[in-house]
Write a new protein. Structure first.
Length: 101
């Protein structure tokens, strides 16, 4: 699969729930392929990625994904909506105001 992706000239990578390429992604792809970051962790000041960023320190990154999709008028299928809602409930320990990132 990585070989196929490397052949894709117009490849765009979206980082979700982290804001810097790591592991295989960092080793394999140029950072200029990252077109969007959606994350709820503090950004490393040394992060050189200059793509579009949606970084807010909220309880669940899924909230940001849902908001991004709504603003982009993306009509998510029901199973994706259910998955996002479930992740928000889990990440926020049932909407607790005190949660870990
Ligand atoms: Mn997270």
């Amino acid at each position: 699969m990585v070989d196929e992706l490397l052949k894709t000239n117009d490849l765009e990578i979206v980082l979700v729930d982290h804001n810097e390429p790591t592991g295989l992604l960092k080793q394999t792809f140029s950072s200029n392929k990252v077109s969007l970051i959606i994350d709820h962790h503090p950004e490393n000041a040394a992060n050189i990625l200059s793509c579009e960023k949606r970084i807010e320190l909220v309880g669940s990154c899924s909230s940001l994904v849902a908001d991004y999709a709504m603003k982009a008028a993306v009509n998510l299928p029901d199973d994706a909506r259910e998955l996002i809602a479930s992740a928000i409930v889990i990440d926020t320990s049932g909407f607790s105001p005190i949660q870990a990132l």
